[in-house]
Design a protein around this ligand. Structure first.
Ligand SMILES: *[C@@H]1O[C@H](CO)[C@@H](O)[C@H](O)[C@H]1NC(C)=O
Length: 413
């Protein structure tokens, strides 16, 4: 009897976590998460029954795992669609995922239209030298509507009667990163201009072609568009806007037979990651353009640490881009592509923690995952140094006075 009571409470605890998770999922659900939800609820009921029958914990757990395994195995991928005759348009192929994806799709036999910022650049030259003549390189800056229009005309001319099967919205950039308060407006606008407005324009321009062929739209987004990663507010906000746009299109265009997938990759070494010159320049630009009062309150050493941490983080990012490339292929060829793909080490765990744990824990987790700041803003360090006898608010006031004395009155740009 004693044993029964103990295992009962253990099961109750475990189940409340799972049921709580399920409820949260229901609240934030869309159609695609229904199968997972059903499996989840089924598993809960099963565990509950076992618990009622007073089974040994190990056995119950074993059966629970078997159910999960069965579900995963049962959802095994269906045979892929044929590549033959399919054309794909992909943006941002100067480097990173674009560079890798074009080569892979070309090798598989797709007809590829790849946009690059610079037709004479290293990336374009590399693609020209290694790809088959099925690859057409197009010069497009996705912030320039007339260049996108020209790319549409060129693509149509090459396709002839054939439709376009896929659009891969890959082009994107992170102008700079840093605390949201310290990020310049040019940083927010720069991210929006490319990641949001640029991608919206490309998608709108190519939709008529894609509707003809009941094709696929695949968008490379970022978990930072959904979770509040420190120092990624400007990039994340632009991806968040993009996610909502794509998600809305997804159900509006379902009657047309179009399928949308969004890929949420973890940290991969792409873009300007390795370009130390770029980050040095951005850092200098930030320091020069920050208001003196902000610079004083946060301190240059704080901003410098953020830059160094980011560069170190970039070094640990995965160099093997194939998980993302393979996911793009799956989204292009699976008979039932997922609405969302989590790709790369740790993304699923991150989403699990951010979805099912309290904010206090998930915030800490995100801080540990990305830039682990050790340096406190200068004003907060001074404040702590004032001693423990003073109350917090008094402390604050003293400190603000100090700063204002040093800098006169803060200027707001
Ligand atoms: C493109 O990918 C290849 C590896 O497949 C790499 O050697 C090359 O440097 C990449 N180009 C750019 C510009 O990233």
């Amino acid at each position: 009897m004693e044993d029964y009571a103990l295992s009962f409470w253990i099961y109750m605890a475990v189940m409340s976590v799972f049921v709580g998770g399920a409820v949260k999922k229901i609240l934030a659900s869309h159609i695609s998460s229904m199968p997972t939800l059903v499996a989840w609820l089924g598993a809960i009921v099963l565990v509950e029954r076992l618990c009622a029958l007073c089974m040994p914990a190990v056995l119950a757990l074993g059966i629970f795992c078997a159910v999960c395994w069965f579900y995963t195995a049962w959802a095994a991928p269906a045979p892929a669609l044929p590549v033959e005759g399919k054309a794909v348009f992909i943006t941002g192929c100067d480097s990173g995922f674009g560079n890798a994806t074009v080569k892979h799709l070309d090798a598989m036999g797709f007809q590829v239209f790849a946009t690059v910022l610079d037709l004479e650049g290293e990336g374009a030259r590399h693609l020209k030298s290694v790809c088959s003549p099925r690859v057409s390189l197009l010069q497009v800056d996705i912030t320039q509507p007339q260049q996108i229009q020209q790319a549409l005309l060129d693509t149509k001319a090459k396709l002839g009667m054939k439709g376009l099967w896929g659009l891969v919205n890959n082009a994107g950039l992170c102008v700079n990163f840093g605390d949201a308060e310290l990020s310049l407006m040019s940083n927010y606008r720069g991210c929006m201009e490319v990641n949001f407005f640029g991608t919206v324009m490309v998608t709108k321009t190519f939709l008529p072609l894609l509707r003809q062929s009941k094709g696929r739209i695949i968008t490379i987004s970022s978990p930072s568009g959904e979770q509040p990663f420190p120092c990624l507010a400007s990039y994340g906000a632009s991806k968040a806007a993009l996610n909502l746009f794509i998600n809305t299109l997804r159900h509006e265009l379902e009657p047309w037979g179009l399928k949308f997938s969004t890929i949420l990759p973890s940290a991969f070494r792409t873009g300007q990651c390795r370009n130390t010159d770029y980050w040095e320049k951005q850092h200098k630009h930030l320091i020069q353009n920050l208001s003196p009062s902000l610079l004083e309150e946060y301190g240059e050493e704080y901003i410098l640490e953020t830059k160094d941490l980011f560069q170190n983080h970039a070094k640990t990012a995965s160099e093997d881009l194939s998980p993302v490339v393979n996911t793009i292929v799956e989204a292009l060829l699976s008979p039932q592509p997922s609405v969302r793909y989590y790709t790369g080490a740790g993304v699923r765990l991150m989403y699990f923690i951010c979805s099912y744990f309290p904010v206090s824990i998930s915030d800490k987790f995100l801080e540990k995952l990305f830039v682990k700041k050790k340096v406190m803003p200068r004003a907060l360090r001074k404040q702590n140094g004032l001693g423990t006898l003073l109350s917090h608010s008094l402390n604050n006031n003293n400190n603000n006075n100090n700063i204002n004395n040093n800098n006169n009155i803060s200027k707001i740009e």
